[in-house]
Design a protein around this ligand. Sequence first.
Ligand SMILES: O=C(O)/C=C/C(=O)/C=C/C=C(\O)C(=O)O
Length: 289
Amino acid sequence: MTIQTAPLTEAATSHLIRLEVNELDVQVHYNDCGAGAETVVMLHGSGPGATGWANFHRNVDAFVGAGYRVLLLDCLGWGKSDPIVCTGSRSDLNAQTLKALLDALQLDKVHIVGNSMGGHSAVAFALSNPARVGKLILMGGGTGGPSQFVPMPTEGIKLLQGLYREPTIENLKKMMNVFVFDPGSMTEALFQARLDNMLARKDHLENFVKSLAANPRQFPDQGSRLGEITAPTLVIWGRDDRFVPMDVGLRLIWGMPNAELHIFNRCGHWAQWEHADKFNRMTLDFLAH
Ligand SMILES: O=C(O)/C=C/C(=O)/C=C/C=C(\O)C(=O)O
């Protein structure tokens, strides 16, 4: 059953909470949308200016309308969450942050939708908290590690790192130009919102650069442990992903016993935005059956 509701807003769903993560007392921001017996957590990617809302604003209403409670977690180092320099595995750090949030909200089990870094983090969470995962949806991410076909770092990741180092509108447009299949779909308003997000938190940008210098492998290869994840998993990739190549998705379904893969044609690194309607229909069907 689909419930029609007025579109949600970032401001109306915004919450700050203090959590203990890795023995650190930190403030974390999340959006809490809708109400439902089952909860879906959405984890954003690692681009400059990314947040839960920026990554998933085309998806939240559909999930809430389908009767789910949706949590958008801003990882430490993004959005209104506290700054951090991460010298270890960022996938694990995000997984620990998610666990602390779920403990605080007394949520035993959730479904997780992860975009890029969010996918790596969802897998890290499933490995350390298997009983707390219902289903997984991984887009353009799930594990760091090599592509068999594409030199790494990819052109997209090089542009992303360049944008962190020099956060200008020119560098943002260069990155966005290879981010999606059809850059013509990006409006000036979207560029400006993303630039404003980035420049509002220069500490996050500087910390990302420091983190990379301390540990270039922020997202370790989790490939050897994928077989441990038995949660039903839908892997979604863009055929034209120039950030995390599609064969990483093949590695995921090779390793995860209950995973299946959908590849969108004419799609870059942002399937949930570039093909939002079909993405919403497909993922809601996967969660329901
Ligand atoms: O380096 C990786 O494996 C992961 C890269 C990302 O997480 C890139 C994500 C970019 C976004 O989702 C964004 O909105 O900027």
